[in-house]
Unconditional design. Sequence first.
Lengths: 868, 109
Amino acid sequence: MSLWSRMANVFRGEGVSREIAEELESHIAEAVEQGRDPAEARRAFGAALRTREECRDFRVLAWLDSVRADTIFAWRQFLKHKVTSAAAVLSLALAIGACTSAFRLIDALLLRPLPVAAPEQLYAVVRQGSDLVDDKPVMSTDWPYPSFRLMRDAVKGQADLLAISYTQRTDLTYRSDAEMEKANLQYVSGWMFDSLGLRPAAGRLFTENDDLKPRAHPYAVLSYDYWKRRFGRDPKAVGRTFQLGESLFLIVGVGPAPFTGTEPGTVTDIFLPTMMHPGVTRDDWTWMRTLARVRPGIALEPLRAKLDAVSYAFEKERSKGFKDETPESIERFLKQRVVLEPAAAGASGLQQTYRTALAAMGVLVALVLLIACANVANLMTAQAAARAREMALRVSIGAGRARLVQLVLVESAWLAMASAALGAWLAWWSAPFVVSRINPPDNPARLILPADWRVLAFGAALTLAVTLLFGLAPALRASKVNPARALRGGASNPHARRRLMHALIAVQVAFCFVVLFVAGLFAATFDHLSHFPLGFAADRLLTVETVASSKQPAVFWNEEADRLRAMPGVESVALAGWALLDGNSWNNFVSVNGAPLSPILAHFLEVSPGWIDTMKIALLDGRDFRLSDATPGAAIVNETFVKQFLHGASPIGMPFAAHDQSFRVVGVVRDSPYRSLREPIPPVAYVPFQPTRRATIMIRTRSANPLAVASILRREVTRARVTNVGTQLDLVQAQTVRERLLSMLALFFAAVALALAAIGLYGVLDYSVLQRRREIGIRMAIGAQAGDIAWRVTAEVFRMVLVGALAGFGVGMLSARYITALLYQVRPSDPAMLAIPSAILVGTALIAALPAVVHAVRIDPVAMLRAD
Amino acid sequence: MPKTDSLQGSLDLLVLKILSRRPRLHGYALMTAIKDWSGDVLNAEEGSLYPALHRMEEAGWIRAQWVTKTTGRRARNYELTTAGRKQLEAEESRWQAVTAAVNRVLRTV
């Protein structure tokens, strides 16, 4: 209680002192009233001020009071140097905001434990192997259900295995087909909710009994988020049904509020039992992840070995049925090893894609923060020099060393806190902004970004660290002031102070070089990818995904296409199994001209006659498909196919076989990327349509915005259902979302880092000229040339720039190894990648040095020597 | 500096004791009370009385109240709290023990 009231009294300001003074005054008045002589009474009282101060020390917390006084003093200092304070706060705020933002993203995607019971017991069961084509190590997270079932039985009692499918955005309807809507579906093991310790918000959740027999449990559980968005938390949603494909599902319950699935980056809308997935009995369909909840006290390695053995036996048995694969590829396939990866934060594709990217970004913003800190430290050091007399005065009237350190640190804390407040605002909107840039068509990433105690704690720790980082050195230096010397007029050792500032410049330049270098690598990567020769024209091209109620022959699809050709604004229409670069793929080993299966996979895509025209892919040889062509039968192949399999033989008429179907090459077209811009263009065979439920209609429009015709298009497609409308351009750009984001952010931070370093350099040079103006005056008076002066002023700093750049070069080369996965056709050791940042740095340094040099050369020796 | 050192260590005890008998006294009255009741032997200095009062107030042994006197002047009156009453008991028995011990020493030597 006492401590509390003493703390409270600190903030009553003058009230406490006034009260004590009044009491003492009242004492003397009382004495006078009792008949004592006023002067005598006052004399007898002694030093009233001293008594008052002694009383006050009991009433208030002395150290807190001193902090309060320092805080007020620091605020006045802050206002006195408005421009420098604002510059310092702005640069720090940018850096702190960026760091907090990066932390929010990294935390939300990679660190934050799932809102389930004991998340630390969760592991993702994955397979590590090497790529079938090149030998690169690959990690696969997907499993076939029968294998999962065997593994689950094998480790019962030690770990609970959960099957959780990838979320898929699918069409469903609560009423009629006309009112189709999309939702993120996820098939999960019935026992998942129990195992994760989740309780329903409404209705009930699945149990093991909801996941026993294939196709026997048409039940659904909604996520709380979806329940809120789609049904406004209507309790009557439980008990409603929806149509999904051919089945009618009954909603039985709603999951708990914080749980949005186990894939950070995707919010699951509807959970279904795994038994309702069409692939649940297929041993060749991998459609789900396996998570393991390992019981406490169970050793991981024996568990892993057991899972490995079961998985190996399963795949070995399955491989006996492989027909189209070479013995080597089967052997390589079987070499996969089961690995357990900690998954307390869940497991998602977004994690895999952005783990390194976010880490790289985090390091970049941390470097920017350090550069900003070095800047402010230099600023504070220069300011402390100007305030040496003030400090000396404080020491002479009895301020202790600790008290001076406290004073300067409180000033730093002001700067840091003002920056943190501004930075928090920056982080508030910038983190969601970055997430909103990760938006593949139709499936934007939704990352839950809570601003809770984790983020607050990070922000507070960062602010404290920043305060100490830039405040401690100037504070210690200020406290070492020698009062006798400082008050006499001679500054305390200026060389030591300059050495500190120069060292900070070297550090800044080194970090700046690293940031510039990495930004250059990212920018070059994005540049390479966005100027990738596509082989087709992506503009004005609409992709319309359609699905029919049952398998339909090519004729059916061609009639649909014909109707669209008659639409106004349409230039040409063709059909394909799917649009290039939308992520789908179909591959097989092929046997050319009766030879044994080749070790390299060929990719396939079903297309209609006219597709190569609509796509504007160049026909190099032979002819396009005719309506009479069919699969098996005719095929059009790309250049890589010819190079890979035909070895220069005349391609037209060449027979090949894949998966028991034989084809004959009728045409050759120019190479186009197939599934991804980043993988080498594979050998591709385009083949005519087989009866199918799904097709993508490719429409080349006349108007620049292909989506303009999308609205009338749904009416024209009558016999099949349109499930998705997009543009080919979006698909192409989606390929470079990460690279665009990385290069955009990296370039932005590079610009900030460069600006900060330039300001820092300018500040230090200006300060040293100011300090050495008398020396410069004398040198000029005895005949030094302008060039000589300029050299003297800048030589030391440029030496530091050089040292910093060299250090940055080394660090950059070392760090580049960690980001090679993010680069495309860019070598960190490429001289251009090193020359550009070096040139930019040197150029910036020269420009930053110019004002100080001009200032130095313009010094008038006569005026300077007369001064003081 | 204090004329008599005799109060050393016993000021708290005296103030608490006086306030337990006569609640609501201001500083000047307390000072005169110490002087009068001790038969002019003990003399509390203003320079030590007021800091002691504020210290005891922050410790929660006594509480203060401003009252306006008939002359229109305000005075700060002190009274004992429950914690102060306990403190008085403790100080009193400690004082008894110490003086008894000192007396014993004086007798034996």
